[in-house]
Write a protein that binds this ligand. Sequence first.
Ligand SMILES: Nc1ncnc2c1ncn2[C@@H]1O[C@H](COP(=O)(O)OP(=O)(O)O)[C@@H](O)[C@H]1O
Ligand SMILES: [Mg+2]
Length: 157
Amino acid sequence: MEHTEFESHQNARAMGVRMPLWYLASTSISVPVKGIEDIVKARQAGLKLVQDLGFSESRLALVITAISELARNMVLYADCGEIALSKVVYRSRDAIMVIAEDRGPGIADLETAISGGYSTSGGWGLGLSGLSHIADEFEIKSYPGVGTEVIVIITSA
Ligand SMILES: Nc1ncnc2c1ncn2[C@@H]1O[C@H](COP(=O)(O)OP(=O)(O)O)[C@@H](O)[C@H]1O
Ligand SMILES: [Mg+2]
């Protein structure tokens, strides 16, 4: 689903996202995530979105890692959700903004979850903390019983 700039702006607003200056989305696409097969779909949609933006190999790897991790968490902990991918300009560079939103159980101890090494699934617990380090911008909101929203921005270089 392709959105106009205005629509994606409106969608982001509807999700309660703050609209800072770097938010200059030109195209965005939304991928429903309902099962593990959608992790690949979200990843491919992300790669397609940035294919003409001249991302370096290593930056593309970060994009893939970010989308995969957020989609995986969604399937694992929230059962389902939605990943919105937008082309943005961030600090004068082309970038991708990934917004992962779910109406799952939320994360009770957000600080611990982001600091790393905390996992409720026997994992490494390094997904969110890793993302917070590799992304140019990382923001997470989570409310127990309501859901979780993660915003990540990765620039092309
Ligand atoms: N979308 C989500 N909904 C609910 N809980 C989540 C979500 N994403 C992460 N979590 C919680 O945060 C913890 C840390 O996540 P993460 O850093 O990705 O590590 P891991 O997936 O290896 O456990 C998870 O174990 C889980 O308890
Ligand atoms: Mg994880």
